[in-house]
Write a protein that binds this ligand. Structure first.
Ligand SMILES: [Zn+2]
Length: 185
């Protein structure tokens, strides 16, 4: 294949070409590429792979990506391909930890549990799922093997097959080694 005609390089605002922007209060889903073990939306600028919703957030809020370094952006809608800045909540790791305790005490909303179960089926590391939803890795593991939130069902029947869950659990435990806090390095 000839590469004689290359596309011009992306500029940051090109990110909006891949965002389905709709009503201000609805999710604006990412239609571009997904990358990494936890399939995050990404967009490349100057050869740098950026997390797409962080770039959108920075452009719309007028905060530089440098200023966002070390800031966690969590989805209040629990839709990890959503790029609507009003669905993104800034937090530090400490706030994330506090949130984690709070959510453990009061229980997770059903939609969140469903989203977590879908990600478990996609074999995403528990630590990455936990970070995304502000819950501990051990709770994700309990959800995976049916010790927690077993009453919340998703349409995929495999989830409720204990043998399959055990299988997932083992693979995840291996994949989890050394993958903590990957995003903010
Ligand atoms: Zn959203």
């Amino acid at each position: 294949m000839s590469m004689s005609k290359r596309r011009p390089p992306n500029v940051p605002t090109d990110v909006f070409k891949y965002v389905k922007m709709g009503e201000p209060d609805k999710c604006w889903e990412w239609t571009g590429g997904l990358s990494g073990v936890d399939s995050r939306p990404y967009f490349s600028v100057d050869g740098k792979k950026l997390i797409a919703y962080r770039l959108v957030y920075s452009l719309i809020k007028g905060v530089s990506l440098d200023a966002l370094r070390g800031v966690l952006l969590r989805h209040s809608c629990d839709n990890h391909i959503c790029c609507n800045p009003s669905h993104l909540v800034e937090g530090t790791h400490q706030q994330n930890m506090d949130d984690m305790k709070e959510r453990a005490r009061h229980g997770l909303p059903t939609n969140t549990v469903k989203a977590i179960k879908r990600l478990i089926l996609k074999q995403i590391p528990y630590s990455a799922i936990g970070e995304r939803f502000g819950v501990s890795k051990s709770l994700i593991s309990e959800i995976a093997n049916g010790r927690a939130y077993a009453h919340v069902s998703i349409t995929d029947g495999r989830f409720n097959d204990p043998l399959h869950s055990e299988d997932i659990l083992e693979k995840k435990e291996n994949a989890d080694q050394g993958r903590n806090n990957q995003e903010n390095k």
